[in-house]
Design a protein around this ligand. Structure first.
Ligand SMILES: NC(=O)C1=CN([C@@H]2O[C@H](COP(=O)(O)OP(=O)(O)OC[C@H]3O[C@@H](n4cnc5c(N)ncnc54)[C@H](O)[C@@H]3O)[C@@H](O)[C@H]2O)C=CC1
Ligand SMILES: O=C(O)C1=N[C@H](C(=O)O)C[C@H](O)C1
Length: 267
């Protein structure tokens, strides 16, 4: 039985991950964590999952929870995830990180911290989005330089980072396929007399509102036609099932940073 602990247990994803652990064979919830001072600390973790009491309280003691698990699933924020990675490395435990909004420097630090433990770090745990990542590179290469690329994502109004981690990864995949540097060609803002679109830029547009779970469209826009590749998430449950699948995979992986395409065998 693989012991999984969940960090961010009082959050939107934390609750769904706890529910996914309960429905998955071969794993058990060994601990649940949230931030010191959160009103749900001390409560049974099953309530946020809609399960009623399951006998695992939400704790704020990171070291104790990590010591008692085989793998930590963490959906919080980049800064919290880096701290969790550091503590997992100290305890020689595996980790699955779903948090988004990492800066390039934070990504480099995560790779450094994961040199001695296996870590899955992925902006999107759904099968559908990871298949999109795979085919996007081919679509970009085949359509080539004659098509302008724009990426539009839509999420709920509580989301803190922009653009989404998934949109950033889509931009990176397309930029790499076209031999461009995402950090140089991503254009996040057009306003006023901003001039004609450059050939190389990848437009990154963000919509926020209500309870949208997550939608991403990559537009390849040519003269006379366009191709749109869209993924729409209907629920958070496929992210949470994906993170549990990643947790089962990562406990036997070699040290280093892996992503969901490794877990799904899409590379
Ligand atoms: N990779 C994927 O498939 C997905 C990634 N996400 C990402 O997951 C992250 C969390 O998303 P949500 O659950 O919607 O956010 P949320 O705000 O509902 O939950 C985050 C939880 O982390 C807790 N937290 C904050 N600081 C903490 C600390 N120091 N220690 C322990 N817990 C702490 C918060 O109190 C909160 O309960 C975001 O970065 C989001 O973009 C969300 C959905 C899917
Ligand atoms: O914050 C969210 O909700 C989501 N975040 C991820 C991202 O930033 O890509 C994945 C998903 O779209 C939901």
């Amino acid at each position: 039985m693989i012991k999984i602990a969940v960090c961010g247990a009082a959050g939107r994803m934390g609750g769904r991950i706890i529910a996914a652990i309960k429905e998955t064979e071969g794993v058990e919830l060994s601990g649940a964590l949230d931030r010191p001072g959160h009103p749900m600390v001390g409560q049974d973790a099953g309530y946020n999952a809609g399960l009623g009491a399951i006998g695992v309280p939400i704790s704020d003691d990171l070291n104790a929870v990590v010591a008692g698990c085989d793998v930590l699933i963490d959906f919080t924020t980049p800064k919290v995830s880096l701290k969790n990675l550091e503590v997992c490395a100290l305890h020689k435990k595996s980790i699955v990180i779903g948090s988004t909004g990492f800066t390039p420097e934070e990504r480099a630090l995560a790779a450094e911290l994961a040199r001695e433990i296996p870590a899955v770090i992925a902006p999107n745990m759904s099968v559908g989005v990871n298949v999109c990542f795979k085919v996007l590179a081919d679509v970009a290469k085949i359509l080539g330089e004659d098509f302008d690329v724009e990426i539009v994502e839509a999420h709920h109004k509580m989301k803190k980072d922009s653009p989404s981690g998934t949109a950033v990864r889509m931009g990176e995949v397309v930029a790499n396929a076209l031999g461009r540097d995402y950090n140089k060609v991503a254009n996040f803002h057009r306003e006023g007399i901003c001039g004609e679109r450059t050939h190389e830029e990848i437009g990154m547009q963000t919509i926020r509102g209500g309870d949208i779970v997550g939608e991403h469209t990559v537009y390849f826009i040519g003269m006379g036609e366009r191709v749109e590749l869209t993924h729409r998430a209907h629920t958070r449950d496929m992210f949470s099932r994906g993170s549990v699948r990643a947790a089962k995979w990562v406990v036997t992986a070699k040290p280093g940073v892996w992503d969901m395409q490794d877990v799904l065998g899409l590379k």
